[in-house]
Write a protein of this length. Structure first.
Length: 118
């Protein structure tokens, strides 16, 4: 079973920066993609950025957020710069891949709150 552990959320003023980190652990798995989603209060969970070989970044954060993935360590990070109040949300780490039996899995982290004050 694969588990994700996130860290790095918090409170920051508009224009500031935060870095989120996520590490996958478990036995006998291979990850195809890792990334980040976010969910603001009363809204659906949306993609922020994902690395599945190619990188896909939401238009709303392009030029401000950077995703970096370390395949060897099964980690992914999200560097968030020039934060805006509308970036306030719970950020979830995501990983998809295959286990030792080649069955596909998708797992989510517990979520980390990012609050950007104006």
């Amino acid at each position: 079973q694969v588990q994700l552990v996130e860290s790095g959320g918090g409170l920051v003023q508009a224009g500031g920066s935060l870095r989120l980190s996520c590490a996958a652990s478990g036995t006998a798995f291979s990850i195809d993609a890792m990334g980040w989603y976010r969910q603001a209060p009363g809204k659906q969970r949306d993609l922020v950025a994902i690395d599945g070989g190619n990188t896909n970044v939401a238009d709303s954060v392009k030029g401000r957020f950077t995703i970096s993935r370390d395949n060897a360590k099964s980690t992914v990070a999200l560097q968030m710069n020039s934060l805006k109040p509308e970036d306030t949300a719970v950020y979830y780490c995501y990983a998809g891949g295959r286990d030792i039996g080649q069955s596909r899995f998708e797992v989510w982290g517990q979520g980390t709150l990012v609050t950007v004050s104006s």
